[in-house]
Design a protein around this ligand. Structure first.
Ligand code: HXC
Length: 257
């Protein structure tokens, strides 16, 4: 499939999506989100893919929603067109999705990164929700996911001041899983994604589902959901294979079944 605003490639069991509007610092317009969603659909349908990597350039993961595209919108445009609803696709992805962030991840860019399962950051990464400086507010989960990631105090400060947070602060605050030197970001992200893709895909999907459940439910219900899902794993071939391989001191050959 020919895309104009993203690059899509497969590296082993990993689907790699590179946001590619360099002249606009990967500002997220309708076309890019549409292409991103198509690429995600393709990787979700591809049995060989076990993990997805979303990245940008050295300068910007994404500097936000495309301000020039948004500027003239009316309330009716936004309401009738259900503006931003299509951005939710990535958070509904059943396979693990990693964001590899270098440079700016601002506004919708920060929200896109937070919609992935975890963020690996280059030491050059800068995160922020600067929408307030444009006379608006975050609209793709920023007021919700940031609070869950870094707590109310920091999320409120970031959303109300629009200031940027560097990679080190983002890691300390819990927004980022790990910070690596910028020149190692892609290799490290790919290594991490390949390690995940080499696991049982079904086990990874069920694990992700359960971790995400923690945000949606009470502890007691979450534990119950986890236990039911855990029980279900004993119906999979991969559980038999994983445990047999351990006992036979060999590498498991997962069949994702
Ligand atoms: C459209 C953008 C853009 C954006 C940058 N560009 N960010 N175009 N939408 N969000 C364009 C610039 O207009 C410019 O193009 C080119 O990219 C390079 O940007 P510069 O500003 O010249 O680069 P620099 O001086 O390095 O500054 C980088 C920056 C700054 C600090 C990231 O570009 C910036 O503040 N961008 C806006 C960040 C922002 O407010 N994001 C939130 C958007 S609202 P030209 O052609 O002019 O040279 C949002 C809402 C989300 O995300 C809610 C729902 C989705």
């Amino acid at each position: 499939m020919a895309f104009e605003t993203i690059l899509v490639e497969t590296k082993g069991g990993v689907g790699v999506i590179t946001l590619n509007r360099p002249a606009q610092l990967n500002a997220l317009n309708d076309q890019l989100i549409g292409e991103l969603n198509q690429a995600l659909d393709g990787f979700e349908a591809d049995e060989a893919i076990g993990a997805i990597l979303v990245t940008g350039s050295d300068k910007a993961f994404a500097a936000g929603a495309d301000i020039k595209e948004m500027a003239a919108k009316t309330y009716m445009d936004a309401y009738k067109g259900d503006f931003i609803a299509s951005w939710e696709r990535i958070s509904r992805c059943r396979k693990p999705v990693i964001a590899a962030v270098a440079g700016f991840a601002l506004g919708g860019g920060c929200e896109l990164a937070m919609s992935c399962d975890f963020v690996l950051a280059a030491d050059t990464a800068k995160f922020g929700q600067p929408e307030i400086k444009l006379g608006i507010m975050p609209g793709a989960g920023g007021t919700q996911r940031l609070v869950r990631a870094v707590g109310k105090a920091k999320a409120m400060e970031l959303c109300l001041t629009g200031r940027m947070m560097d990679a080190e602060e983002a890691e300390r605050a819990g927004l980022v899983a790990r910070v690596v030197p910028a020149q190692d970001l892609l290799a490290e992200a790919l290594k991490t994604a390949e390690a995940i893709a080499a696991m049982s895909h079904t086990a990874a999907m069920m694990t992700k589902d359960c971790v995400n459940r923690a945000f949606e439910t009470t502890l007691a219900e979450g534990i119950r959901y986890e236990r039911r899902t855990f029980h279900a794993m004993f119906a999979t071939d991969d559980q038999k294979e994983g445990m047999a391989a351990f006992m036979e001191k060999r590498r498991p050959q997962f069949r994702n079944s």
